[in-house]
Design a protein. Structure first.
Length: 344
C-alpha cells in the first residue's frame, strides 16, 4: 500500500511561482472560491440560531428573576439550554473559508505533493453520479483530492454536502475521505466509530441501522458494526483481532465503509491536507489498517456463489423503513385509546 512522501508540504512558494500556478489553474476552470466555504443558506442558519438562542436565554433569566422556579420558567430554561447546545453544534462546524494567498498556497502545496508521489491533484470537482460510498453519493462538492496513479488506487480528499432543515434553513456538512481500491468486491460493511460523535465530530448518517452485529472483546466500545443479514462470519474473517486492535489504535477517529471494491475511511469535519501531522495520520491508516484490510479482502470468496463473487444479498444492506413501524405504533395507540374509552 502506497504511503506518501511529505517533503512538499514544507515548500514555501515564491510570489512568481504562486502567481503562475494560480493563472494556470484559473485558465483550467478552477474557481477562486474555497469549496469548503459554507453555503449562503448554511451561514444564515448559523447566524440566526445564535441571537435566537440568546433571546430565549434572556427570557429564561427574566422569568427566573420575576417568578422564580415556576413551571413556565423551568420549561423556557430547558428550551434555552437546548437552543444553546444546538447553536454550539452548528457554529462549531463552520469553517472560515480560505481566501487569497492562503487558498492558492495550499492548492500549490498539494499539487506539488501529488507530483512528488506519482499522483494527480484535483482542486475542486462535482460529485460523480453512481460513485460508490454513502457520503460520496450524498456530496455536492468534492475538493482537494489527491489520487495515486499506480494500483491499488488511493484517493484522499474532502467532500461537502448540504442538509436542508426546512423553512429555508440548511446545515453544511464536511467530511474527509480516504478511498482505497480492492482487488475484488467485498460485502457491504459499515464501521461506525463511537469516538467521533461529539463536539469535535458528527454522527455518521447511516441508514442501515437494522444490520448491527456484536463482536467480541472491547471492539464494540469503539465501533458499531453493520453488515448484510447472514454475513456475520464473512465480516469476522476480515476483522481479525490484530486488525481490530489497529482500528482502535489508529482509526478510531474514522468511520469506515466497505462497498463494492472500495474501502472508504471518513473523517468528520474534513482532512487538513496542508498539515503534515494530518498526513502522518493518513500514512499510518494506509500502512497499518488499509493494507491489512485490502490484503484479506483480496482473498475473500463468497461461498454463496459458484465463482466466489459477492452474492446479490451481500452487495448492499437493506435500508431501514420506519414507516410501517410508525403506522403500527399509531394503530396500537389509537386502538388502545379507543378500547380504554369503551371500557369506561
Amino acid at each position: 500500500m502506497q504511503t506518501f512522501v511529505l517533503d512538499a508540504l514544507n515548500a514555501r512558494p515564491n510570489r512568481a511561482a504562486l502567481r503562475q500556478f494560480r493563472q494556470a489553474a484559473r485558465a483550467a476552470g478552477v474557481p477562486s472560491r474555497d469549496a469548503a466555504a459554507p453555503s449562503f443558506r448554511g451561514g444564515c442558519t448559523a447566524l440566526l440560531m445564535v441571537p435566537f438562542a440568546l433571546l430565549v436565554v434572556g427570557f429564561a433569566v427574566v422569568g427566573f428573576v420575576i417568578d422564580g422556579f415556576s413551571g413556565p420558567v423551568i420549561f423556557v430554561s430547558v428550551i434555552a439550554v437546548l437552543m444553546v447546545l444546538g447553536s454550539v453544534l452548528v457554529v462549531a462546524r463552520i469553517r472560515p473559508p480560505r481566501i487569497g494567498r492562503r487558498l492558492w498556497r495550499e492548492r500549490f502545496v498539494l499539487a506539488r505533493l501529488a507530483e512528488q508521489n506519482n499522483s494527480t491533484y484535483t482542486a475542486t470537482a462535482n460529485a460523480q453520479p453512481g460513485t460508490p460510498g454513502l457520503l460520496l453519493r450524498m456530496s455536492d462538492r468534492v475538493y482537494d483530492v489527491v489520487t495515486t496513479r499506480s494500483a491499488p488506487r488511493v484517493s484522499i480528499g474532502n467532500l461537502a454536502y448540504r442538509q436542508d432543515t426546512g423553512r429555508g434553513g440548511a446545515i453544511d456538512h464536511r467530511w474527509g475521505f480516504i478511498s482505497v481500491q480492492l482487488e475484488r468486491r467485498f460485502p457491504h460493511t459499515i464501521l461506525d466509530s463511537r469516538s467521533n460523535n461529539g463536539l469535535n465530530g458528527q454522527v455518521f448518517p447511516n441508514p442501515y441501522r437494522s444490520g448491527a452485529i456484536q463482536l467480541e472483546g472491547d471492539f464494540p466500545q469503539h465501533f458499531t458494526l453493520y453488515c448484510p443479514a447472514g454475513y456475520d462470519a464473512d465480516i469476522r474473517y476480515l476483522l481479525t483481532p490484530d486488525l481490530m486492535g489497529d482500528l482502535i489504535d489508529s482509526g478510531s477517529g474514522f468511520d469506515v465503509e466497505i462497498i463494492d471494491d472500495r474501502i472508504i475511511f471518513y473523517k468528520p469535519l474534513g482532512l487538513a491536507l496542508a498539515d503534515e501531522r494530518e498526513w502522518a495520520v493518513i500514512n499510518r491508516m494506509l500502512s497499518r489498517v488499509a493494507a491489512d484490510m485490502a490484503r484479506r479482502a483480496g482473498r475473500y470468496s463468497d461461498d454463496r456463489t459458484l465463482d466466489g463473487s459477492v452474492a446479490p444479498q451481500g452487495v448492499r444492506m437493506q435500508r431501514v423503513n420506519v414507516l410501517p413501524w410508525m403506522i403500527g405504533a399509531a394503530v396500537v395507540l389509537v386502538g388502545g385509546f379507543a378500547l380504554a374509552m369503551v371500557l369506561q
